[in-house]
Write a protein of this length. Sequence first.
Length: 222
Amino acid sequence: MCVPQIAQKLQDAGVCGKTDFYTAVNSYAFTEACVSAIPYDSSKMCFRLEGYLYPDTYQFLKNSKAEDAIGKMLRDADSYINGKYDFSTVILASIIEKEAPDASTMGKVSSVFHNRLNNPTNYPTLGSAATYNYLMTYLVNVDQSYVDKYKNYYNTVRSDRRKGLTSGPICSPGADALKAAANPESTNYYYFATDKNGKYYFASTPAENSKNLAAISSVNNS
């Protein structure tokens, strides 16, 4: 989940309100070690703690303080992220988390992104639909002005928007995504796409990718 999803879930469960949650995420003086490793800039990153509210099963009391609920997630982030994965790896892992359903696929998806990052002349953007969806599905529902404010920092689909990694994570990545981001498979892939059945198609060249897209279109229209 990303910060807006977590905020909604906690509000729906009666743990804390969304407004208090957003305020604590961006402003509360948390002492967990992982927080100091986040290069937060509100002009480029919507939520300071995005990516560090570690995904796990938690028990919360109703009518809690938002900072208490967040603190539990940050303590898990200290255990699983701090000192093991740097900020750039967390960003990439968050994109992989939204793009791939399992550890095996994550390794291949990671290879696509690493290959693109290592070849910025030919592939200046990641081309990740998940980054666009973060803007248009989640941030827009918090504040419509966020789309214009952050489109040049999160939209990696359009070449005139964000090149390379997004300025911050787009969700809280789990252990498999973090591992995949740090240890991609070795491939020559620069593209991937999926059909309506969730099958992944990988390609090394534009021509191969075009063939995959044609096959996907045939499946989706069948």
